[in-house]
Design a protein around this ligand. Structure first.
Ligand SMILES: Nc1ncnc2c1ncn2[C@@H]1O[C@H](COP(=O)(O)OP(=O)(O)OP(=O)(O)O)[C@@H](O)[C@H]1O
Ligand SMILES: [Mg+2]
Length: 239
């Protein structure tokens, strides 16, 4: 398929002989926003880590733009539930990390900080920020390199409901502005139906069901409720 950005075939991962991901197939088109939901231990984070190239796969293939992924996948960035900011570095240094600092990168950081509503925080240290502010720095850091695919592993799990709702909107806005592809792992099925155009249920260490969600953005809570119920039933289904 011409506009397929990510193609995963027969992907498996074992840890000390124990299956974490079993012969998984997945195709994602450029610019999609998909979500992975499912019970704890199902293999969602494993799948994200393999896409990011943070761990070797046991068998199978992952291709991005028809290129096989080996080792770290520099066209992706992952954002986790904990912000993973370096406490001894400022906000700006956390965002630029390995990049040389010059006036051009400084301007990119300023624009990103403005976009995540943290203008004026460039020289602050993580300890002086709230949890929600730290996650916004983590988001800016992930976007700094302009990844083709943004991988989100429960990035909003530790936030209060209001902050979470604002972050959902920010992520959706940035996705539309930047035309990137997003893969979101979440325990919150309602969040998945609110944000993603397709939802995969990961169960028994593979993708067991796929739900299309072609509603227009932004979605209201009411429009998502029916689909959320169907997906929840699939997750808890004992088959
Ligand atoms: N580094 C590791 N070493 C050994 N086993 C692991 C490792 N990482 C994950 N596993 C195992 O692989 C399986 C899938 O784990 P994974 O973290 O991908 O699940 P998950 O769907 O992300 O769960 P959760 O919703 O709780 O985050 C689990 O059985 C887990 O114990
Ligand atoms: Mg996980």
């Amino acid at each position: 398929m011409a506009d397929t950005i990510l193609s995963i075939e027969n992907l498996s991962k074992k840890y000390q002989g124990k299956v974490a991901l079993n012969s998984t197939n997945l195709k994602i088109k450029n610019g999609e926003f998909v979500a992975l939901v499912g019970q704890s231990g199902g293999g969602k984070s494993t799948l994200l880590r393999l896409i990011a190239g943070l761990e070797p796969m046991t068998s199978g293939t992952i291709s991005q733009n028809n290129q096989l992924i080996h080792g770290i996948n520099s066209n992706t960035r992952v954002m986790f539930q904990d912000d993973r900011l370096l406490p001894w570095k400022t906000v700006r240094e956390n965002i630029t990390f390995k990049k040389p600092k010059n006036s051009e990168t400084a301007e990119v950081v300023n624009q990103l900080l403005e976009r995540v509503e943290l203008q004026g925080f460039a020289d602050a240290y993580p300890a002086s920020l709230s949890g929600g502010q730290r996650q916004r720095v983590a988001l800016a850091r992930a976007l700094f390199v302009n990844p083709e695919i943004l991988l989100l592993d429960e990035p909003l799990g530790a936030l209060d409901a209001l902050t979470r709702s604002k972050m959902q909107k920010l992520i959706l806005d940035l996705w539309q502005e930047r035309k990137m592809t997003v893969i979101l792992v979440t325990h919150d099925v309602h969040e998945a139906t609110k944000m993603a155009n397709r939802i995969y249920v990961v169960k028994n260490n593979k993708i067991e069901a796929t739900f299309e969600n072609p509603l227009a953005y932004p979605r209201t809570d009411a429009t998502c409720t029916n689909l959320s119920t169907t997906i929840l039933n699939k997750i808890i289904d004992q088959d």
